[in-house]
Design a protein around this ligand. Structure first.
Ligand code: S3P
Length: 448
């Protein structure tokens, strides 16, 4: 089932070369943060290029429920914030749909204000672990009442008089780090988060942009991020960069589809996000970064991807995992068309995403004729080489947008078509996926 309605079966068939420019939507991580930080600033934040995927629309709705005004006029989203500590108590349950980022960041943002809020989501979100966020929030003085195993639906009772926290994240997670930093906004004094492995740093960058004092120090313990509490956040004008995690799909499709050449302009290459592109280059992909520049303090480039018939399987460095965590599903598809094995260690987090992504991809790859080995925190795809991948199977997307899109990419280059049972979840992060891909010449779409 898709998160909002009947399942949408989809099919992808072997395609002739993909050609043209792929203008992918705004970055999902930055879009969520623009709305949440805008709602915590005093005055009006303006956002253009916001991802209008269901995940972000659910966060917009949630921010309204906490008292911020959020509306789109023309191409610009206007967020009238209520200030740090200014959230109102929502009159109803907050439904974050499919979005782990949405719910975890919002829980952090409200946990140090003395209000109570109940959160829920779809079947995928309600099965994901929340203790990783509610454990540190409890240190601030917030209380959480959820289902067994720390699952949603869950009620958070915000701290009456929050105390600042020093917290080492037990898992590499930008969502956990961000929840702690957002909670720290309404605690007096310094809140410190220590992460052993660097995860995406959009919260640190954007908090600084909104006028908070955030410092980051690299120490033997890891990255130590210190936030000075109770700032007045100043409204910002934000141009959301395009999402490298969405760019991954047309890029990977071009690499495996004979005769392709696709340009994906204006992609953020923040080093905490760009791991996939370096991995593809290591595999021998014809992928180049053109027109490298800085925009809004972030490296940006136009990506040019060409059909690459001689990809080689590689050992993906474990220390790169956090910088490409959302891209392993589509990487595993590219690996199927490479020669030799691609081994992906250090990826336990894949098991607690929108689905168990190792299990979902391994099952679907095997059904389509590709051998996969897996352990708790690693997996290996045995590449068959270009022209040697059978396809022909229907794969379950498990309410996971990236599983659905990955198998649609796969079907463009397999001998027989690949189907997914439900492409509905694609709308959470990439609502224009089908139009964009067919515009490049991909033979994919809904099946009657
Ligand atoms: C995100 C962080 C990642 C990522 C998710 C978006 C964010 O999750 O998988 O799609 O915006 O902070 P974790 O931080 O849990 O690894």
């Amino acid at each position: 089932m898709s998160s909002h309605g009947d399942p949408i079966p989809m099919i992808a068939r072997k395609s002739a070369g993909l050609k043209g420019e792929a203008h992918v939507p705004g970055d999902k991580s930055i879009s969520h943060r623009s709305l949440i930080l805008g709602a915590m600033a005093v005055g009006e934040t303006r956002v253009t290029g916001l991802l209008e995927g269901q995940d972000v629309l659910d966060t917009a709705k949630a921010m309204r429920a906490f008292g911020a005004e959020v509306e789109k006029r023309g191409d610009t989203w206007h967020v009238h914030g209520v200030g740090v500590g200014g959230f109102a108590e929502p009159g109803n349950v907050i439904d974050c749909g499919n979005s782990g980022t949405g719910v975890r960041l919002i829980m952090g943002a409200m946990a140090t204000t003395p209000i109570t809020a109940t959160f829920t989501g779809d079947a995928s979100l309600n099965s994901r672990p929340m203790a990783r966020v509610t454990d540190p929030l409890a240190l601030f003085g917030a209380r959480a009442y959820g289902r067994k195993g720390g699952r949603l639906p869950m009620t958070i009772v915000g701290a009456e008089a929050a105390i600042p926290v020093r917290y080492t994240t037990p898992v590499p997670s930008a969502q956990v780090k961000s929840a702690v930093l957002l909670a720290g906004l309404n605690a007096p004094g310094e809140t410190v988060v220590i992460e052993r492995e660097a995860t995406r740093d959009h919260s640190e960058r954007m908090l600084t942009g909104f006028g908070a004092t955030v410092t980051t120090e690299q120490t033997p313990e890891g990255r130590v991020i210190t936030l000075v509490g109770q700032p007045e956040l100043k409204p910002q004008t934000i141009i959301v960069p395009r999402d490298p995690s969405s760019a991954a799909f047309p890029v990977c499709a071009a690499l495996i589809t004979e005769g392709s050449e696709v340009l994906v302009p204006n992609i953020g290459l923040n080093p905490t996000r760009a791991g996939l592109f370096f991995t593809l280059q290591d595999m021998g992909a014809d992928l180049t970064f053109e027109n490298m520049r800085e925009e809004g303090g972030e490296p940006v480039a136009d990506l040019r991807a060409k059909f690459s018939p001689n990809l080689k399987g590689i050992e993906v460095p474990a220390e790169r995992a956090a910088s490409m965590i959302d891209e392993y599903p589509v990487l595993s598809v590219v690996a199927a068309f490479a020669s030799g094995k691609t081994h992906m260690p250090g990826v336990k987090e894949l098991r607690v995403k929108e689905s168990d992504r190792i299990d979902a991809m391994a099952t679907g790859l095997r059904l389509n004729g590709v051998e996969v080995d897996e352990g708790e925190d690693w997996w290996t795809v045995h590449g068959r080489g270009f022209g040697e991948v059978k396809g022909g199977a229907t794969v379950q997307s498990h309410l996971d947008h990236r599983i659905a899109m990955s198998f649609m990419v796969m079907g463009l280059a397999t001998e027989a078509p690949v189907r997914v049972d439900d492409g509905g979840p694609i709308a959470t992060s990439f609502p224009i996926f089908e139009t964009l891909m067919t515009g490049l010449g991909a033979d994919l779409g809904r099946e009657a």
